[in-house]
Design a protein around this ligand. Structure first.
Ligand SMILES: *Cc1c(COP(=O)(O)O)cnc(C)c1O
Length: 225
């Protein structure tokens, strides 16, 4: 795993140089879903401090067990409104805010939690994320909710057969454009959570500030139901 991590770090460095962007502007989150806590402990010894999970029960159990490491937990999966308050208890950053009901469930008088609004770049509502046309009203809703600090936008590039590079790049460019439009309402919300194992170079070239990388670092995920 050390070698895979190093080669991704080199790849991100190269992409940042190509884009003339400071590497410090890019946070790499290692997505550890389905992997055991032992893998996260190994990542910790390799210097990883930001980890991502996409299922509440699994994330919570790992965060509790590994509390002593002081990791930053990023929640990147879809959230049921009734689980929202629990996700707040361990997640430092929530990448998947996508509807007013979830904002209401996450709102709190406690210390603010960082969050991204996820935009859906497909026509399939099951993929999660707000439709681009509904983005601005949702930005308003997040801005007026207590206990949420909006960092920016999150997106997953649509799956596409073939073409490994140009399609994600176009999708990420679209997210960047949406982000520019959104800043009239939320000038501080400049971050972009986009880029995974297969497309992080394209994401860096389009301005990603938060990469969510799983298999390229962890190896194949264990079988799951
Ligand atoms: C699993 C997952 C990732 C990481 O995917 P890889 O292809 O393994 O890098 C990133 N973002 C989200 C939302 C995920 O669910």
């Amino acid at each position: 795993m050390a070698e895979r991590l190093e080669s991704v770090r080199v790849g991100i460095g190269d992409a940042a140089r190509l884009a003339a962007r400071p590497i410090e502007d890019i946070t790499t989150i290692v997505v550890t879903k389905f992997h055991p806590v032992s893998l996260i402990e190994e990542l910790f010894t390799l210097g990883v401090r930001d980890v991502g999970e996409n299922r509440h029960q699994e994330a919570q159990a790992k965060a509790v067990e590994l509390a002593r490491l002081g990791l930053t937990w990023h929640f990147v999966g879809q959230i049921q409104s009734k689980k929202a308050r629990q996700v707040r208890t361990y997640a430092s950053v929530i990448h998947s805010v996508d509807r007013p009901a979830l904002v209401a469930a996450l709102a709190s008088d406690d210390a603010a939690v960082d969050c991204f609004i996820q935009v859906n770049l497909t026509d399939d509502p099951a993929r999660g994320g707000v439709a681009p046309g509904e983005l601005l009203p949702l930005v308003d809703t997040v801005q007026s909710a207590p206990g949420l600090r909006l960092l920016g936008l999150m997106a997953v590039a649509p799956l596409n057969a073939g073409e490994p590079t140009s399609e994600p790049r176009r999708a990420f460019a679209r997210v960047r454009e949406l982000s520019v439009g959104m800043r009239k309402l939320a000038p501080e919300a400049t971050a972009l959570s986009m880029g995974m194992s297969q497309d992080y170079v394209a994401a860096v070239l389009e301005g990603a500030t938060h990469l969510r990388i799983g298999t390229a670092i962890t190896g194949k995920r264990p079988e799951h139901s």
